[in-house]
Design a protein around this ligand. Structure first.
Ligand code: NAP
Length: 246
């Protein structure tokens, strides 16, 4: 087991990539804290983890709210005593062309995808510093690497996440904490269910491996970055995109 007795906190762990990652981590021996907006999905994930024989806790959280985030971290520590892995996975899209994008759409995406990552990391890091170890993994995107039509807000956040990842790799590395990111291509989840099929087909054609990604593809990369197998990897962004960006 690659995460035996490790405690992993996954935001947005109720659905999609986060849920798949939580189940994989449970099979690899981890204890899970699932933080999500969606209570039904989050509780279902926890139930499914328990059915695998692993321990898990659900906490309803809005990552944009610092009080909720701190309460989630406090609850995780009360139950499990430590946090070894933080996966800043919660994210949203609110797409529009630049000239049509409202301030509300801009702010909503910045608040969840960028400020939410800042909030969760700031709440968890003192504990990791005390432990002298930890792995922080942030969800970026190919869109943060090479941009996308209609996603000014999303691209800004996902590029920002790469900048934060590198800053924390330098700032926190000396304390034993590693920080890395993943940049998925187009992955089949509720998020991409909103993308027109025509666009998804174009993405498939542009991907050398000829298919869209699955949540399992991304979960495997999260697992590698969470485990000791990546113990000398710090500050990188791993593309999980079938070669879409090359
Ligand atoms: P998803 O299926 O939409 O799941 C995201 C989960 O996060 C949902 O349960 C959602 O709850 C929750 N969430 C949203 N806002 C939140 C908040 N403020 N606080 C706490 N939880 C919140 O998304 P996904 O496709 O698995 O994506 C996971 C991550 O990978 C995101 O950061 C995304 O940007 C990134 N990513 C995804 C793709 C892709 O193609 N799917 C590609 C590149 C990067 P609600 O449903 O109630 O909002």
């Amino acid at each position: 087991m690659r995460l035996r007795d490790k405690v992993a906190l996954i935001t947005g762990g109720g659905k999609g990539i986060g849920r798949e990652t939580a189940l994989l981590f449970a099979r690899e021996g981890a204890k899970l804290v699932i933080g999500d907006f969606d209570v039904q999905a989050g509780e279902q994930t926890v139930q499914d983890i328990r059915n695998l024989g692993a321990d898990a806790l659900f906490f309803k959280v809005d990552v944009t709210n610092r009080d909720y985030v701190q309460a989630m971290v406090d609850e995780a520590v009360r139950k499990f005593g430590r946090i070894d892995v933080l996966i800043n996975n919660a994210g949203i899209t609110q797409d529009a062309f630049l000239t049509k994008m409202t301030e509300k759409q801009w702010e909503a995406v910045i608040n969840v995808n960028l400020t939410g990552v800042f909030n969760c990391t700031q709440a968890v890091v003192p504990l990791m510093v005390q432990q002298g170890s930890g792995s922080i993994i942030n969800a970026s995107s190919v869109v943060g690497v090479y941009g996308n039509v209609g996603q000014t807000n999303y691209a800004a956040t996902k590029a920002g996440v790469i900048g934060m990842t590198k800053s924390w790799a330098k700032e926190l590395g000396p304390t034993g904490i590693r920080t890395n990111a993943i940049a998925p291509g187009f992955i089949v989840t509720d998020m991409t269910a909103k993308v027109p099929e025509k666009v998804l087909n174009v993405m498939k054609e542009r991907t050398p491996l000829g298919r869209l990604g699955t949540p399992q593809d991304v979960a495997n990369a999260y697992l590698f970055l969470a485990s000791e197998e990546s113990s000398f990897i710090n500050g990188v962004t791993i593309g999980v995109d079938g070669g879409l960006v090359i």
